[in-house]
Write a protein that binds this ligand. Sequence first.
Ligand SMILES: Cc1cc2nc3c(=O)[nH]c(=O)nc-3n(C[C@H](O)[C@H](O)[C@H](O)COP(=O)(O)O)c2cc1C
Length: 168
Amino acid sequence: MAKLVAFYSRADENYFGGQYRYVDVGNTEKAANIIAKAEGAELFKINQKIPYAADYNTCIKQAQEDLRKHARPELVSVPDNLDKYDEIYLGYPNYWGDMPMAVYTFLELFNWKGKIIHPFCTHEGSGLSGTEKSIADVCKGAQVKKGLAVCGSYIQESETDILNWIKS
Ligand SMILES: Cc1cc2nc3c(=O)[nH]c(=O)nc-3n(C[C@H](O)[C@H](O)[C@H](O)COP(=O)(O)O)c2cc1C
C-alpha cells in the first residue's frame, strides 16, 4: 500500500525567532518534503480557496477568527478518496494552539477507518498542543501514532530529528 504526506503550509511572511521574513516555501512544507523523500510517499498540499493574507499580522487575525467560528474553509482540491493509502503523514503548523481550520475541512471529508496517521507539526514554542487528540477525535477508527513537533525556525537543522521520528 502507498503512503501519503498530506500537509498544510503557508509561504509569505512569517515570524522566525524574533524577526519577520518572507519565504517561498513554508516550514511544514519543508518537513513534508523530507518525509515524502524518505518514505517514497506521495505529497498532497491542503490549500484553501481563499488563502490567508501574505502579511503575518493580518494572517494571524484571520486564522484566529476562523478558529473562533470553527470555520471550515473550502479547499482548492481534494483527493477522491484515500483508498490506496494505509499510512498518512499529516502535517500542519500550530495555529493558536490548534491546527489550521482547513486541516479539519480535509480530515472531515474521509473515512479514516483502518488508517494509520502520523501527525507532524511545526510551531514556535507550543509544540503539538493536543492536536494528536483532536485528530483522533475527528478520524474515527484511525490509529493516531505519536506525533512530531519541530520548531519552524529550526526546520533547516531538523532533518535528523525528522528521520529519527520516521524510523521510530
Ligand atoms: C496564524 C498563525 C498562528 C500561529 N499560532 C502559533 C501558536 O499558537 N503557537 C506556536 O508555537 N506557533 C504559532 N504560530 C507559528 C507557526 O506555527 C510556525 O511559524 C509554523 O512553522 C508555520 O508553518 P508554515 O511555514 O508551514 O506555515 C502561528 C503562526 C501563524 C501564521
